[in-house]
Design a protein. Structure first.
Length: 330
């Protein structure tokens, strides 16, 4: 075995885990190239969503989540990922170059990797039991370990964040191009390789107490047990960075993945919320009224306990790895 680089099967297995990462509308806007001694992550702009994500921020955050999933998968397979982020200024879509260093995987690496196939984006109402503060603090620390600031929104900050979520939904709802993207990317037919299937979209109301969720195409997913939508006790964790460039967004995506996998390992349900940061007006509202203008908001992550007797969520579709992984051109 070449100890300077994992074999082809290991690389493919790690990329397959990486491609289980969440992405905006499950668009999976990434591609991978294998070099002689490295692996490369590129943004796939052909899968951009200009009406939903006019800044391209969600796309890069999605790629960052895939990069962290890759790091976790490689660690469990016995390889440390040495990541060079945005290695080539002349190629802004070349988001990362990854080199490899052999290592002995620890139990914690395997446990985190095992959360990847179990993680789901749960858009249903959560239980009325709040997650304990100690667990929320752990998730905040997990994000900060990735170089991204994080806060649990409470009190006035939560109220302002909920206002921003509602305003963003109103603005986007009046945009015909946005509505067309929602129709294209949600409620997708069985056998599709991307998009959000109806089986993963809750039927009925998308208002859970004071929280207004993004409205997709009509869904077929039932709420768990006798859930009372007004009693949802989900928490909102806001991720932010000191600047608002692609490096910051990539890091925010890595932190998103880290938080989601830790939440899954702890038995929590989770759902990334990007809508309030997709509209310039509400992004500025979150920056100024929630963060006090100190940092740049990147993503909201909703976490909580799944509702009592909630059915397991089906996996959303993924593009075949063979379509996303190729040898680097020389």
């Amino acid at each position: 075995m070449n100890r300077g680089k994992p074999d082809e099967a290991t690389v493919r297995a790690a990329v397959a885990l990486a491609c289980r990462a969440p992405s905006v509308h499950n668009s999976q806007p990434w591609r991978w190239e294998v070099g002689a001694h490295s692996l490369h992550l590129h943004a796939d702009r052909t899968r951009a969503l200009p009406a939903t994500d006019p800044l391209g921020a969600d796309l890069v955050i999605s790629c960052g989540a895939a990069l962290h999933h890759l790091r976790v998968g490689l660690a469990a397979l016995g390889w440390r990922a040495k990541v060079h982020r945005l290695p080539n200024r002349a190629q802004p879509d070349h988001l990362a170059a990854i080199e490899f260093e052999p290592m002995e995987p620890r139990e914690s690496h395997v446990a985190l990797a095992s959360a990847i196939p179990r993680r789901r984006t749960d858009r249903r109402a959560f239980s009325s039991w709040p997650a304990p503060d100690e667990l929320l603090d752990q998730l905040v620390d997990t994000a900060r370990a990735e170089g991204v600031d994080a806060h649990v929104a409470t009190g006035k900050a939560r109220d302002e964040l909920l206002i921003a979520i509602g305003k963003a939904a109103d603005v986007q709802g009046t945009d015909p191009a946005y509505r067309a993207e929602i129709r294209e990317w949600s409620g997708v037919y069985p056998g599709a390789s991307a998009g959000v299937p109806a089986a993963n979209i809750p039927a009925g109301s998308h208002h859970y107490g004071d929280l207004r969720m993004r409205e997709f195409a009509p869904g077929a997913l039932l709420q768990g047990g006798p859930a009372v939508l007004g009693e949802d006790a989900g928490s909102l964790i806001l991720l932010s960075t000191s600047s608002d460039d692609d490096l910051s967004r990539l890091r925010a995506g890595e932190a998103t993945s880290a938080v989601l996998l830790e939440a899954t390992s702890a038995g929590l349900a989770s759902c990334p919320l990007s809508q309030p940061l997709e509209v310039v007006e509400t992004r500025e509202l979150v920056r100024d009224e929630v963060l006090g203008g100190s940092t740049c908001p990147q993503l909201v992550i909703r976490v909580g306990w799944a509702a009592f007797n909630a059915d397991p969520l089906p996996a959303t579709p993924r593009r075949p790895v063979i379509d996303l992984l190729r040898d680097q051109e020389r």
